[in-house]
Design a binder for this molecule. Structure first.
Ligand code: SME
Length: 169
């Protein structure tokens, strides 16, 4: 039987991410499957923290187009162009983007009107190629800080064992 995802909403963030990284390693042991990695990581994060939306947008045309991948939560947008919204900005600039107030971010793409804050983290493969971005939306303002950025960087480091293979658009 698979382990139950703990409720980590009241756990200090550094400790919470430590526990999730342990679970991720255990669940994905021996795997280098990108989709399995995305599905497992999104599910752990989403249910441990009770986020609004947690998932991946995959690079399907390098430097041009992201398409939705494994996620949990309400419906996500299907495709996002590089440079558009928070996800497209993080992808184009290959850096983590933290948005404390989505209404103050020019070009924010509202897939769910309840979203108030957001963090998007780039995901790189073994060769340093951009594989995807990890997007998390919260109904609370300013829900994400430095501890989330560090913890999520650790979780997406799992994908550095994989090799980027774009799916033809
Ligand atoms: N808000 C994101 C779009 C993705 S959804 O929120 C799931 C953005 O501005 O890129």
């Amino acid at each position: 039987m698979e382990p139950v995802i703990p409720d980590l909403r009241d756990t200090p963030r550094a400790e919470a991410y430590e526990r999730l990284a342990e679970m991720q390693a255990l669940l994905l042991e021996g795997s280098d499957d990108v989709i399995a990695g995305m599905a497992t990581t999104a599910t752990l994060l989403h249910h441990a923290f009770g986020h609004l939306w947690t998932g991946f947008y995959r690079v399907v045309v390098p430097d041009t187009l992201l398409r939705v991948g494994p996620y949990q939560g309400s419906l996500g947008c299907q495709e996002i162009r590089f440079g558009r919204g928070v996800c497209g900005t993080a992808a184009a600039e290959r850096r983590t983007v933290v948005v404390p107030d989505v209404h103050a971010f020019p070009g924010h793409i509202a897939c769910d009107a309840r979203s108030r804050s957001e963090i998007v983290v780039p995901v790189f493969d073994a060769h340093g190629a951009l594989l995807a971005v990890l997007d998390i939306d919260s109904p609370e303002p300013a829900a994400f800080g430095d501890d989330d950025e560090a913890g999520l960087a650790r979780l997406v480091a799992w994908f550095a064992r994989t090799t980027y293979v774009p799916v033809p658009a």
